[in-house]
Ligand binder design. Structure first.
Ligand code: HXC
Length: 486
């Protein structure tokens, strides 16, 4: 065969592989409002930036008549591309090919691109649309998942891992996303469950719809497994791009610094925060008073809304926010909100993103007290990324230990039932009933609070002066300067 014929043959084979599971299967996807795996990759990446790897890989299985089946690309597309000109690694499972199920070669393609992402120290984006372990390949599929989970843990805290759920995902197709940093879901399209409704009916005799079992809303609102909820695939891809614009490419780089912009002049902390500590307000408005261009990217907006987490920028640099939400359950901490905050704090800490904590809450929900305390404390205590806490209202118990530098807003009445000054490197315990209620001057005298703000404007100014810093040395310098000024 001449070289020219070889090339023509290759092109022909490429045309066939590009069809995935064929026209009928693609039509079925479209009827459900789903894009194809290739369209999804193109929608996320910069135009024409995708380089595909392992396009012609096929499964090697022979059992259950598999040797008579051709599964193009073994049901997954992998490669590299760019977002805003920066390299990322990506894979997308193709539901039109055997339901995107994961056989050994499918798994090897995914682990290849995961290894590549780790080597290049770039984010990994996984688009999951899969029935999980390919039944016909038995333990080979399970071993394949084992290799993926291992890499998920190896990559954790080193490169950001994003999972986009865009179909009915079962078994390993959701175990792996659960190990990643951010999970995206789309209404009516995304499902996440251990196994589908048919298996549940067979095993338990229970009737349950896919939506009730693990629909997008269930995971965005009830379980908290999803971090971002969208109404369409396009909106979801926009969310992916917006998130990556805020985060560093790996744990040794800084997030992209953008042109600083003032917060909107329409927003003012003095108007947002009522003088009466018992009056609720929306803490997201406070964050919008502080961040550049009043642009705040909220994460897990629909779950555990009594705490607010997300990213904004100050002086052009990314900052993570953890804030009690007085508008929901008076901002109390419970298991879910502690879990939500703890996971976010760990991400910020791993990627050196400074954390600003806005505290205003009456305490922990008593029933959940122990679990909530331990989860949030466990996340807060070992944090190395710079932290700053702004306190207002009735900070209680462990809430007073959230940042390296504590600022008191006007109208603060800390009730220190049992204060552990963990971040100040010492323990303070007030156990006596009589002295349990400690007024502001005493709290200041105990060195728990670093700075007292006379008014909201000053608090706002201090927040803006708190420029994100990314090494311990520059951070210590910043602390020195701050103390000298006040
Ligand atoms: C092989 C699979 C498959 C699987 C789907 N398909 N899941 N093939 N292994 N796990 C195939 C179907 O046979 C069908 O092929 C095509 O994909 C489309 O599937 P449908 O069932 O027609 O689609 P739908 O009605 O939308 O239902 C999707 C589904 C359902 C909810 C995902 O297929 C389902 O429940 N699948 C089984 C899920 C499951 O129990 N997976 C195992 C998880 S265990 P044809 O040829 O008919 O088009 C696991 C272990 C991980 O993952 C542990 C690691 C250590």
């Amino acid at each position: 065969m001449s070289l020219k014929r070889n090339v023509l043959d290759l092109r022909k084979r490429k045309e066939i592989v590009l069809q995935g599971g064929g026209e009928e299967a693609i039509k079925k996807q479209a009827a459900m409002g789903k894009l194809t795996a290739r369209e999804r990759i193109e929608a996320i990446l910069d135009k024409d930036s995708f380089h595909e790897y392992d396009m012609f890989v096929e499964h090697q299985s022979k059992d259950f008549d598999m040797d008579k089946k051709v599964l193009h690309g073994d049901g997954v597309i992998i490669g590299t591309g760019t977002i805003y000109g920066e390299p990322v690694c990506i894979y997308a499972q193709d539901f039109t090919v055997a339901g995107g199920s994961l056989g050994l070669m499918h798994a090897r393609k995914i682990t290849k691109i995961m290894d590549h992402a780790l080597k290049m120290r770039v984010p990994l984006i996984g688009i999951n649309d899969s029935g999980g372990a390919r039944i016909q390949e038995g333990v080979d599929s399970l071993a394949g998942y084992g290799e993926i989970f291992f890499r998920n843990t190896q990559a954790s805290g080193v490169i950001p891992q994003l999972s986009v759920i865009l179909g009915p995902c079962a078994g390993g197709a959701v175990y792996s996303p659960a190990l990643t940093d951010f999970v995206f879901v789309v209404e009516n399209i995304s499902k996440m469950f251990i196994t589908g409704p048919n298996v549940i009916k067979t095993v338990l005799g229970e009737d349950i719809s896919m939506e009730d079992l693990g629909g997008a809303r269930v995971h965005a609102e009830t379980t908290g497994n999803a971090h971002f909820y969208a109404l369409s695939e396009q909106e979801c891809f926009d969310q992916v791009k917006r998130l990556v614009s805020f985060i560093p490419w790996n744990n040794q780089e800084r997030a992209k610094v953008v042109e600083p912009k003032e917060p909107s002049a329409m927003l003012n902390i003095e108007q947002v925060v009522p003088a009466d500590p018992k009056q609720p307000y929306d803490v997201r408005d406070v964050i919008r008073c502080i961040v550049d261009d009043s642009d705040f990217l909220e994460i897990q907006e629909l779950w555990a809304a009594n705490i607010v987490i997300g990213f904004g920028r100050m002086a052009g640099e990314t900052v993570g926010f953890v804030a009690n939400q007085p508008m929901v359950l008076a901002g109390v901490l419970d298991c879910d909100s502690a879990d939500k905050a703890a996971r976010f704090i760990r991400f910020c800490d791993s990627f050196n993103i400074p954390i600003i904590t806005l505290e205003d809450m009456p305490g922990y929900l008593p029933l959940a007290q122990n679990a909530a305390l331990s989860e949030l404390f466990a996340a807060n205590v070992p944090v190395c990324a710079p932290g700053l806490a702004v306190e207002r209202g009735l900070p209680f118990c462990g809430s007073t230990d959230m940042g390296d530098v504590s600022h008191l807003m006007p109208c603060v009445h800390p009730w220190v039932g049992c204060v552990t000054g963990t971040l100040h490197g010492a323990d303070y315990v007030v156990s006596d009933e009589e002295t349990a209620y400690v007024k502001t001057p005493e709290v200041l005298a105990m060195t728990l609070i670093d700075l007292l703000c006379d008014d909201a404007k000053e608090a706002d100014r201090i927040c803006r002066e708190f420029k994100p810093v990314f090494t311990k040395e520059t951070y210590l310098q910043f602390m020195d300067d701050l103390v000298r000024q006040h």
